[in-house]
Every structure is written in C-alpha cells, then in structure tokens.
Ligand binder design. Structure first.
Ligand code: GDP
Length: 210
C-alpha cells in the first residue's frame, strides 16, 4: 500500500512568545528564523493562520484587545517564529491610528536579522489597495523574499477565480504560478503555502546575499 502523502509543515507545538508594541520595543532574540504575515484588516489573515497551524489559538491571542495593534510572535515546533503583523488600512479607525502601522511594521521589517520571508495576503476578489501597493513596494525595497497569497477563493466560481488570478498576476507583474490561491473555508492552498514556507526556511538568509 502506498504511504499516505506527507503533510508539509506538521505543527507539533505552538507557543505565544510575546508582542512588539513600538518600534524600539521587545522582540524575540532567540535567533530562530522568522516568517511574517502581512495584509490589510479583514483580508482573512487570522483565518489563514488558524488553518495553517490547525489551531484556534493564534486568532485568539492576536485578537485580544490591546494586541491587535502589536506584532505578535509565536514559536512553532521550536523551529521557527511565526510573526503576525497588525492588519493595516482598516477604514473604520481614525487617520492617526491609520498611520500607526507603518513605523512599527517598517521598523520590524527593516531591522529583523532573523526574517526569512513575508507572506503577503490579498483578497482574490479585489485589486490591491493603495496601502497594499505601498506595502509591496516597501517589501521590494527591503528585498525580503515574498510569497503572495490570494485569500477567500471559495467566494468565486472556478472560472472567476482563474480570471482574477491572471488579472492580479498581471497587475503585480508576477507569474500566476507565483501566487498561492487559498481558502480558509475549504482548506485549499494550505499545503501549497506550507511547502512555500518550508522552502523559505530551508534557504540561507537572504540578507547574506546582499
Ligand atoms: P483578518 O482581519 O485579516 O484577521 O481577517 P479574518 O480572518 O478575521 O476574516 C475576516 C472575515 O472574512 C471573517 O468574517 C471571516 O470569516 C471571513 N473569511 C476569512 N477567510 C475566508 C475564506 O477563506 N473564505 C470565506 N468565505 N470567508 C473568509
């Protein structure tokens, strides 16, 4: 009998390490590789993270009042650190709150020696917002390897989905193969994302090649 296919990124342990609240604030010092997740509020980041790690814990911690504007760090399998960046660009927060995310996220991204890659989330149904574009541009400037994941694909028919993936690939100047289509409802794309993360973790730090 054939062995069952191996699930990429099996989660054996998940531990909340703490939150980074200001640009100069606490951040993990353990030297474990870090993978960060970015996206505008409501893009489906908590749902994606829960699916990825098969736990409810991440969303619970990151959605605790007071933690939603922080960068939250979780140790996975004593192997790497999952970094949940605050959702940006939420229309209902005031202008001042609105601008807060940039210095915090940007200082984390610029100064992280252990950062191995970013998973940038975009809603498959919508064109990137100005905040999304600013974020993607910033990631390009920093030079960090970036995986783009399109969320909520279950909301479209297969034909609509294929059309949107081509349109977004053209828009972002990427090959459609470079985009991961994801649904937190069906679990589609979970293993593709897990494999992409494993691949980032297996590569030498990108900063060394600069
Ligand atoms: P976050 O603000 O980025 O953490 O977004 P959430 O994960 O809280 O999701 C925002 C809303 O979108 C919630 O109502 C979710 O139930 C819904 N949602 C998230 N992911 C999916 C998905 O893959 N499919 C569908 N249909 N709804 C989703």
């Amino acid at each position: 009998m054939a062995a069952p296919p191996r699930e990429p990124l099996v989660i054996r342990s998940l531990e909340f390490m703490g939150g980074m609240a200001t640009a100069a604030g606490w951040r993990p010092q353990g030297g474990l590789p870090e993978i960060a997740f970015a996206g505008r509020s409501n893009v489906g980041k908590s749902s994606l993270l829960n699916r990825l790690v098969h736990r409810k814990k991440i969303a619970r911690v990151s959605n605790t009042p007071g933690r939603t504007r922080e960068i939250n760090f979780f140790k996975v399998n004593d192997q790497f650190v999952l970094v949940d960046l605050p959702g940006y660009g939420y229309a209902r927060v005031s202008k001042e709150r609105h601008a807060e995310w940039r210095p915090l996220i940007e200082s984390y991204l610029r100064d992280s020696r252990d950062l191995r890659g970013i998973v940038q989330l975009l809603d498959v149904r919508h064109d990137p917002t100005p905040d999304d574009r600013r974020m993607l541009e910033f990631l390009g400037d920093v030079g960090v390897p970036t995986i783009v994941v399109l969320t909520k694909t279950d909301k479209l028919t297969p034909t609509q989905r294929a059309n949107r993936i081509s349109a977004l690939a053209a828009e972002l100047d990427l090959d459609p193969e470079q985009l991961i289509a994801f649904s937190a409802v069906t679990g589609d794309g979970r293993n593709d994302l897990a494999e992409a993360i494993e691949s980032l973790l297996s590569q030498p730090p990108w900063q060394e090649s600069r």
